[in-house]
Each structure stands twice: as structure tokens, then as C-alpha cells.
Design a protein around this ligand. Structure first.
Ligand code: CUA
Length: 334
């Protein structure tokens, strides 16, 4: 009966139940105190009403015990809420290290999704059940927000940088995907669905359709077409630093500052390389701002990550069919 009158979206991810429990707790606390306060208000209004025209009110002296009680009890409840939500927040913001990466581009007014294996989708995302999925998202124009109510996750998708979102689906089925940030005339039409499949079905889906080139392979081609390969030589003797093994590692900059070579740093260093130059190198690299689109950037990024073995392992674990493994560059590594 409840399913015909859905007050709540399905609980279809590992996070869903946790979020709901906290939400119900907040509702209960709110309900309890609203009832208590409104009830007391009514009770006192009647109990202490003015009974005759000449009656004078008694002066109120206050009670330290009562004041302490109604300060301490709500404070304790708030502390519980704080730690409880912090715990959930941490699990939402920390994807497991073996999460399967999927690249998402939001644009007015559609979602474009790209799997490492090369499959591309529009307004539809196919994922396997019981596998952590990590979305790496950016926008081609304005701010959008990726929202899957059944998974209880929502994250803004921004122009100019990557934001991420992860979840692990626990029930097969189709779930709504919304844009949850007003982004223009057809914002309400920027919707789609997430299809959660059994692992075998997902493998079939992945290998079905036209044979797509993997993101790494596309990225590697871009890397050559844009002549990146001429300076970023794998032997480290090029005019730019070698890019093997750097992903996720600290990099020392000219300024003496150290920075982690994550997705956002690599992104910035492709689009506007002069901002954070690696120590020991000249700022010779041209800007690629406006020359590479979001999807191309994601492909180059997928390629660069594949040059870092520790990342490649994670990517491999995701698929029975190993992504096209780039190549001799890795073998040349000393
Ligand atoms: Cu995109 Cu609203």
C-alpha cells in the first residue's frame, strides 16, 4: 500500500538508510518538542488565566534548576545530532579507493556521461549493483547539481573545476536523476535515469553496442595530437615533467609549495599551466583554455591516471575487461 503512495523515494544505496535514520530522528525530535511547547503553552494559558477583574499577577522568581535542565538537555541532543551527521558526512565525502570512476559533464540542458571503457551516455547512467561508483563531474556552462533521490546524494556540478560524488547502489532498478540547481529555461527538463544492473547484465551492457574506444585510448590520442608528448617525455628529459606515476602524489612547485597532483590540479595545469609551475621547469607550456572541451579533458585525465600504476589497479579492479592498457610509455619507465 505504501508503494502506491510513496512518501519516500526508494532506499537504493548504502547511504540511503543512514541518511533516512538521521532524518527520522530529526523529525521525531522536532515533533516531540513542538508538541511539548505547544501543549505547555495551551496548558499554562488555561491554568494561569486571569480569573477576576481585580486579580494581580504573582511576581516570577525563576528557577536555576529548570533553566539548567532546559539548556543542558537540548545541548546534549544537538551534540548527538552533530556527531551523527558528521559521521554520515564523512562517509558521503570519502569514496572507497576502489570506486569505479565515471566522468560526468553537465551542460544546458543535459547530462553527458562517459565510462572508462569508452561507452558514452546522455541522461542515462548504467551502473552495476554493489559496486562503489565515483562520479567526476564538471560543467560546460553554468552550475548544475547532480541529484539521485533514491541514493540520497546530491552534489553541485561547477564550471571550471571537478566536484565528485560517490554511491554504491544496493537494489537493481531504474531511479530518477535530476538537476537540482536552477540552470536556465529548461532546467526542469534536465532529468534522466540511473539504471542499476546485476554485474553480469552490466558487463553485457558494457560490451554491447558499437565497440567504443576506451577513454584512455582517446586521451592518449589527444595527448599526441596536442603534442604534449614532445615535452612531457617519459624519460624525464623533456621540457616538461614526466607524467608517469604522478597522479595523487605530492608535487613541489616553483614557489616551494607542495601540492597533491589530483584531478583539479592536473585540470588547471592543462588549461592554465602558468599558475602552478613544477619546480625545476620553465613556464613554457601554452594555455589550453578554450581549446579542449570537458570531455576531451576527462579523456586526457583518464589517460594520465592510467600512467600511475596505483590508480590503474583501481581502474582494473572495476572491470573484468581490462581497459586498453597504455602502452610502451609505461614499459620504458626505469
Ligand atoms: Cu542543470 Cu538545472
Amino acid at each position: 500500500m505504501l508503494s502506491e503512495f510513496p512518501l519516500f523515494p526508494d532506499q537504493a544505496s548504502t547511504l540511503a538508510a543512514e541518511v533516512d535514520h538521521l532524518y527520522f530522528f530529526l523529525c521525531l525530535v522536532t515533533l516531540f518538542f513542538s508538541t511539548l511547547i505547544a501543549g505547555l503553552l495551551l496548558f499554562f494559558a488555561i491554568r494561569f488565566r486571569r480569573r477576576s477583574e481585580v486579580e494581580l499577577p504573582q511576581p516570577v522568581t525563576g528557577s536555576a534548576a529548570l533553566e539548567t535542565l532546559w539548556t543542558v538537555i537540548p545541548s546534549l541532543i544537538l551534540v548527538v545530532i552533530f556527531f551523527w551527521s558528521a559521521k554520515i558526512y564523512f562517509s558521503i565525502s570519502r569514496p572507497p579507493s576502489d570506486a569505479m570512476p565515471i566522468y560526468v559533464v553537465g551542460k544546458q540542458w543535459m547530462w553527458k556521461l562517459q565510462h572508462l571503457e569508452g561507452q558514452r551516455e546522455i541522461n542515462e547512467l548504467h551502473i552495476p549493483i554493489n559496486r562503489a561508483v565515483r562520479l567526476i563531474m564538471s560543467s560546460e556552462d553554468v552550475i548544475h547539481s547532480f541529484y539521485v533521490p533514491a541514493f540520497r546524494v546530491k552534489q553541485d556540478v561547477l564550471p571550471g573545476r571537478y566536484s565528485t560524488l560517490w554511491f554504491k547502489a544496493t537494489r537493481p532498478g531504474e531511479y530518477h536523476l535530476f538537476c537540482a540547481e536552477y540552470c536556465g529555461t529548461k532546467h526542469s527538463g534536465m532529468i534522466g535515469k540511473v539504471v542499476v544492473m546485476e554485474p553480469a547484465d552490466f558487463q553485457n551492457w558494457l560490451s554491447g553496442g558499437s565497440r567504443e574506444e576506451s577513454m584512455q585510448a582517446r586521451g592518449e590520442r589527444l595527448f599526441q595530437n596536442y603534442s604534449c608528448v614532445n615535452c612531457h617525455r617519459s624519460d624525464g628529459k623533456g621540457r616538461g615533467p614526466a607524467l608517469e606515476g604522478i597522479f595523487g602524489k605530492p608535487v613541489r612547485l616553483q614557489t616551494g609549495q607542495t601540492i597533491i597532483a589530483d584531478e583539479n590540479y592536473l585540470r588547471e595545469s592543462i588549461l592554465n599551466p602558468g599558475l602552478k609551475v613544477v619546480q625545476g621547469y620553465q613556464p613554457l607550456m601554452p594555455m589550453f583554455q578554450g581549446l579542449i572541451n570537458e570531455e576531451g579533458l576527462a579523456q586526457i585525465l583518464a589517460y594520465l591516471k592510467s600512467l600511475s600504476p596505483q590508480v590503474l589497479e583501481a581502474a582494473d579492479a572495476n572491470t573484468t575487461k581490462a581497459p586498453a592498457r597504455p602502452n610502451e610509455r609505461q614499459n620504458q619507465k626505469p
